[in-house]
Ligand binder design. Structure first.
Ligand SMILES: NC(=O)c1ccc[n+]([C@@H]2O[C@H](COP(=O)([O-])OP(=O)(O)OC[C@H]3O[C@@H](n4cnc5c(N)ncnc54)[C@H](O)[C@@H]3O)[C@@H](O)[C@H]2O)c1
Length: 341
């Protein structure tokens, strides 16, 4: 039996949209039918690369004129909610780039609408499709790391400075989604502080603490005002410790057989002993996360299954981003977050 390709439309062909379009074009399960962008210049770039794809600056025309099954939204974040709402109301499956929306109430509405219409809603939490992150998730599940005690993420660089959203909204959606994906929990309390110097009130650097009902804790440090380019994740478990360095081309994961243990047998009056063991670097075959993400969306469109990064996952992340803003506005005071979705 031949499966019909999913007829896809795209909204937004700026910086990131072309990467999604490239993958949609090369995957056999998709037929890229039409594209919409408010910029004629960007549509002309698309037409030069994909001459068979219809283009329009009018979203309504995109939705009504091409018998689409699904729409991929890669516009700037403030427009996500209005565009995704129209797509879902038109009865089409919808992929939205991260963050799903800028307000949790809007994300809740999209989740509810998608449920009502019976369409797939997926958010572009790319790192959930990263081979190394999935390797780490399996490793945690295997028990080798022991219980996860805490973890911290650093996403630092000099630039790209933004003026509308702060560094946390711009850089941290990936880190928040990784933390929630790896721990398998939603935080119930968030506290954060930041530094806002370049544009009044827009934080350039943020240090956020996420506290989970199990007692685990995660710290996320993001900045576009830093001397180093860092994309690193450290997880400390009761048995081992793990570092994921996404700046490394191949040796991305380092596992340290280190820890602190009871030392009753020593009898020197010390009750704790430091343990230093092997450092291992597992080989992990890398596949392009974006290709895996786009294929997953097409698979979900084809069989109606719930995406790994579904609308509820998008909502959970937006709630954390919102709570970080609230905590910073309150001078770092803890903010309770909703765990249920
Ligand atoms: N997954 C990732 O790693 C990753 C990386 C970069 C960007 N992104 C996300 O992709 C999205 C787009 O980011 P970008 O950097 O490409 O932005 P961008 O500003 O470069 O491009 C946005 C495009 O959308 C068009 N657009 C904006 N509003 C529109 C509307 N209402 N109707 C039609 N077209 C509209 C603009 O003309 C532009 O061509 C954002 O949500 C961003 O967070 C994800």
């Amino acid at each position: 039996m031949t499966v019909k390709p999913v007829r896809v439309g795209v909204v937004g062909f700026g910086y990131w949209g072309p990467n999604l379009v490239r993958n949609l074009d090369k995957l056999g399960d998709a037929e890229l039918v039409a594209a919409c962008d408010m910029s004629e210049v960007n549509l002309a770039k698309l037409s030069a690369l994909y001459p068979g794809v219809a283009t329009t600056t009018d979203l309504d025309e995109l939705l009504s004129g091409h018998a689409l099954d699904a729409v991929v939204v890669a516009t700037s974040a403030p427009s996500h909610f209005a565009i995704a709402k129209k797509v879902i109301e038109a009865g089409m499956h919808c992929f939205v780039e991260k963050p799903l929306t800028l307000r949790s109430a809007d994300a809740e509405e999209l989740v509810r609408l998608a449920d009502e219409r019976g369409v797939v809603l997926m958010v572009g939490h790319l790192m959930e499709y990263h081979s190394a992150i999935n390797w780490i998730r399996d490793y945690i599940a295997s028990g080798e790391l022991g219980d996860v005690l805490y973890l911290y993420a650093q996403r630092l660089n000099l630039g790209k400075v933004r003026t509308e959203e702060n560094a946390f909204w711009s850089l941290a959606p990936h880190d928040v989604s990784i933390v929630l994906y790896l721990i398998g929990e939603t935080p119930d309390r968030v506290s954060a502080n930041g530094v806002a110097v370049l544009h009044g009130g827009v934080h350039d650097t943020v240090f956020a603490n996420l506290h989970f009902p199990s007692g685990k804790m995660a710290n996320i440090h993001v900045s576009w005002l830093d001397p180093h380019k860092v994309r690193r994740f450290t997880i400390v478990g009761t048995r081992k410790m793990l570092v994921f360095d996404d700046m490394e081309a191949t040796e991305k994961i380092w596992i340290y057989d280190k820890g602190v243990e009871p030392a009753e047998a020593l009898g020197y009056g010390e009750d704790l002993r430091l343990r230093f063991g092997d450092i291992t670097v597992p080989f992990i075959p890398m596949l392009e996360p974006l290709a895996l993400e786009v294929q997953h969306f097409l698979d979900c469109c084809a069989d109606g299954s719930t995406p790994r990064s579904d609308g509820r996952d998008g909502l959970r992340v937006v709630r954390v981003l919102e709570a970080v803003d609230q905590s910073m506005a309150a001078g770092g005071a803890p903010v309770q977050t909703i765990v249920e979705v």
